[in-house]
Design a protein around this ligand. Structure first.
Ligand code: NAD
Ligand code: MG
Length: 390
């Protein structure tokens, strides 16, 4: 029986995770569920999964949830705040942590899981992007294992040999082919992009996801973050990671080897496949996802990415090549810009401009500790907020 903490259980990945877990009550038991604000949704999940602990954002929400649970005779303990998130990620009774909080808020609890040597199912790409070096050393030193949930990285993981040593050359890998749907605006002209609304940006053609990652998919920053994520997960330099636009989202990514082989993973675009894969690895379990029907898909297309229409992708490569604190600046500037776009404060095309300005204004410096990362993160957020209110 695996004991699991789901960080961000009320989000899109959290809900899919609980859906897979509910299909296998003999294999998995929930230790803790966490939610930031959606307390009613969390309550429904508590009733269904009876976790030992539930964590919410504020003490006030914790108090009211505690009262409700007491009235219903449920014994789940309720805690609140960032320290509680770290506690449920590192507790001795936890085997596996699903890291599915969105953005930089997920960094500390995910790091705590790494240091405590947990099996980490990593959806929260922002944590890895901002602190790659620190995070990967915490995983190594803590003896944790890292299983990618992001569909592309999960596909790459499946296409790589067993016991892959985070060194492409050793295994004869010459390229990682990271597929991208191209998002809802793949064919939009730049002038039309200036007028797109948050609702249009969140209306992804193939995937249903949280709002932040949906906007990232629309700017293609999501793919940029994934290039950096692939760099850290698989030890591949920027020039070895090639983005391939593949509008059908059926091939989730590929690995090209020196002998001419290209190994791909295919499936319907449903996150329950990578979640089930990582939960059960190295075994396989049912996920609830329908089998792929190749005849109804009939056609798979590929095209190179358009770096002019989607400058965020180029900015991410630039940050990866600069190294040090640059990816943390990129990520923080993006989070602030996306949140301002979702709030209607800025237009869509201003997102890349703000990120470019932040990368220019805050030069990359070396990272020797988490504090260096957090300082860069804060500087970038302050810079972007000031630009927006100026
Ligand atoms: P979401 O917005 O649907 O859910 C986010 C979750 O994080 C919620 O449970 C929320 O309560 C919690 N949360 C938000 N802010 C928090 C804070 N400050 N403190 C504590 N908890 C907080 O997001 P999502 O789409 O599920 O994405 C989650 C992560 O998975 C992201 O990093 C995203 O990039 C990654 N991811 C998502 C998908 C997808 O299909 N949705 C695919 C690949 C990767
Ligand atoms: Mg992805």
């Amino acid at each position: 029986m695996q004991s699991i903490t789901v960080l961000g259980s009320t989000g899109s990945i959290g809900v899919s995770t609980l859906d897979v877990i509910a299909r296998h009550p003999d294999r998995y038991r929930i230790f803790a569920l966490t939610a930031h604000r959606q307390i009613d949704k969390l309550l429904v999940q508590i009733r269904a999964h009876s976790p030992r602990i539930a964590v919410v954002g504020t003490a006030a929400d914790a108090a009211s949830l505690r009262a409700t649970l007491r009235d219903e005779g449920l014994s789940t303990e309720v805690m609140s705040g960032p320290d509680a998130l770290e506690l449920v990620s590192s507790a001795v009774d936890v085997d596996t942590v699903m890291a599915a909080i969105v953005g930089a808020a997920g960094l500390r609890p995910t790091l705590a899981a790494a240091r405590a040597g947990k099996r980490i199912l990593l959806a929260n790409k922002e944590a890895l992007v901002m602190s790659g070096q620190v995070f990967m050393s915490a995983v190594r030193e803590g003896g944790a294992s890292l299983l990618p949930i992001d569909s592309e990285h999960n596909a790459i993981f499946q296409a790589l040999p067993d016991h892959y040593a985070r060194d492409p050359e050793v295994h004869g890998v010459n390229r990682i082919l990271l597929t991208a749907s191209g998002g809802p605006f793949r064919k939009f002209e730049p002038a039309a992009l200036a007028r797109v609304t948050p609702e249009q940006a969140c209306n992804h053609p193939n995937w249903v996801m949280g709002r932040k990652i949906s906007v990232d998919s629309a700017t293609m920053m999501n793919k940029g973050l994934e290039v950096i994520e692939a760099h850290w997960l698989f030890g591949a330099p920027a020039e070895m990671i090639q983005v391939v636009v593949h509008p059908q989202s059926v091939i989730h990514s590929m690995v090209q080897y020196i002998d001419g082989s290209v190994v791909a993973q295919l499936g319907n675009p449903d996150m329950r496949t990578p979640i089930a894969h990582a939960l059960a690895f190295p075994w396989r379990i049912e996920s609830g996802v329908a089998s792929l029907d190749l005849f109804s898909i009939a056609k798979l297309e590929f095209e190179p990415p358009d770096f002019d229409r989607f400058p965020c992708l180029a900015l991410a490569y630039q940050a990866l090549r600069s190294g040090g604190t640059a990816p943390a600046v990129l990520n923080a500037a993006n989070e602030e810009a996306v949140s301002a776009f979702l709030d209607g404060q800025i237009d869509f095309l201003r997102i890349p401009r703000l990120i470019a300005a932040a990368l220019e204004q805050i030069p990359a410096s070396a990272v020797s500790s988490l504090d260096d990362v957090l300082a860069a993160d804060l500087m970038a957020r302050e810079f972007v907020t000031k630009q927006i209110s100026a």
